[in-house]
Design a protein around this ligand. Structure first.
Ligand code: GN1
Ligand code: MG
Length: 351
């Protein structure tokens, strides 16, 4: 029996009649679409090197599912199926943790934002998720990834990589390193936020890329998925990652940086979608940091890719030599374009 067969057996699925298709999407977990004539599921193997405590994820999802069922029974929240032994996950000792999620009928995901309306729908869904959980006691959520969006720590890790990283790569990365250092003010603003009583910790998704939203046949958003990183956090994480991944027609893998651009209309759609839901949740001081959110997330991703390159790609892996160097350069180009457009974007949302 292969491990996948073993997992499916734990969910009482007849291995012989199932079609198992890998979904290559996301850098961290592994995902498969499992189906037979009647049923359809998503199977995921949680990356245990990254998520050291998969039980924390299961506990968070259960708490949120129970809360939403009680307060907003109409909201479609997709939580994992239990195993025949009534467990939230299937664990194969020495191999890993798996979970099985029902496939939502007539739903689809997209990998690229090609219309402002898609950005609007996704932003609305992420805003709605946080809003519906505004009464949930956020301190009950466990931290599934400690310091995930702690940009201060990411910056320190980057400085560490400058000390101990690959010497040749350090030489070749001089310009990118300098750019990161020159823009350290982005870290300082975050540190001020931590001490700013106006900033509230809320139930935050922390991975708001477009493929984490389910769309229906009419291309309306249904709900958000991929809940591993749902933890207490600041809204800048969610809005920032939407800006990082929806604004440019070219994504983080693009090698030709001339294709990276900031689409103003898409920015306006993120604002309209998110604020439409969150307007009475966010205060003035938070809203004032809306554009900063994008700078925060793009800069942090640039640091993470660059530090990984300097550390010989131990976290993200690399499909070709210099992959994370290109990704870091890409994110820096995106950040530069965002900074150039900052005034224009401010004008779009003022008043
Ligand atoms: C990782 O696995 P995926 O693609 O959902 C990473 C995110 C990064 C993203 C960059 C747990 O997310 O923080 O933004 O890659 N997740 C983790 O593509 O490190
Ligand atoms: Mg993810």
């Amino acid at each position: 029996m292969t491990p996948i067969d073993e997992v499916l057996a734990a969910y009482d699925l007849d291995i012989n009649n199932l079609k198992v298709e890998p979904i290559h999407n996301g850098l961290i977990n592994s995902t498969w679409h499992i189906k037979n004539a009647h049923k359809s599921f998503i199977l995921q193997k949680v990356n245990h090197n990254v998520f050291k405590n998969p039980q924390a994820i299961a506990s968070n999802i259960r708490l949120i599912a129970d809360y939403l069922l009680k307060h907003d029974p109409g909201y479609l929240f997709v939580s994992p199926v239990k195993t025949i032994r009534n467990e939230e996950m299937m664990h194969i000792a020495g191999y890993g943790y798996f979970r099985l999620i029902p496939f939502v009928k007539e739903s689809h995901t997209i990998n690229t934002v090609k219309k402002p309306q898609q950005a609007f729908e996704a932003a609305k869904k992420f805003g709605e998720f946080t809003k519906l959980l505004s009464g949930f006691p956020v301190q009950k959520l466990q931290t599934t990834l400690p310091d995930f969006h702690n940009i201060t720590l990411r910056y320190q890790q980057f400085l560490g990589a400058l000390e101990t990283g690959n010497k040749i790569r350090l030489q070749e990365s001089k310009e990118l390193i300098q750019f990161i250092k020159d823009n350290k003010n982005i870290v300082v603003t975050y540190e001020n936020i931590l001490h700013n009583p106006s900033f509230k910790l809320r139930v935050t998704h922390h991975d708001t890329k477009i493929s984490n939203v389910l769309f229906d046949e009419k291309n309306k958003g249904i709900c958000v998925i991929d809940l591993d990183t749902v933890m207490p956090g600041y809204f800048i994480s969610d809005v920032g990652d939407m800006m990082r991944t929806y604004l440019s027609p070219a994504n983080e893998e693009e090698k030709d940086f001339s294709k990276i651009e900031i689409r103003e209309e898409y920015f306006k759609s993120i604002w309209d979608g998110y604020i439409g839901e969150m307007k009475s949740e966010l205060n003035k001081e938070e809203k004032r940091h809306f554009i900063y959110a994008g700078k925060f997330m793009i800069y942090m991703q640039a640091i993470r890719f660059l530090a990984d390159h300097l550390n010989n790609d131990t976290y993200y892996g690399a499909k070709y030599e210099g992959h994370n160097f290109i990704r870091a350069g890409n994110q820096i180009a995106l950040l530069q374009r965002l900074i150039e457009k900052e005034r224009a974007l401010k004008d779009l949302i003022k008043g």
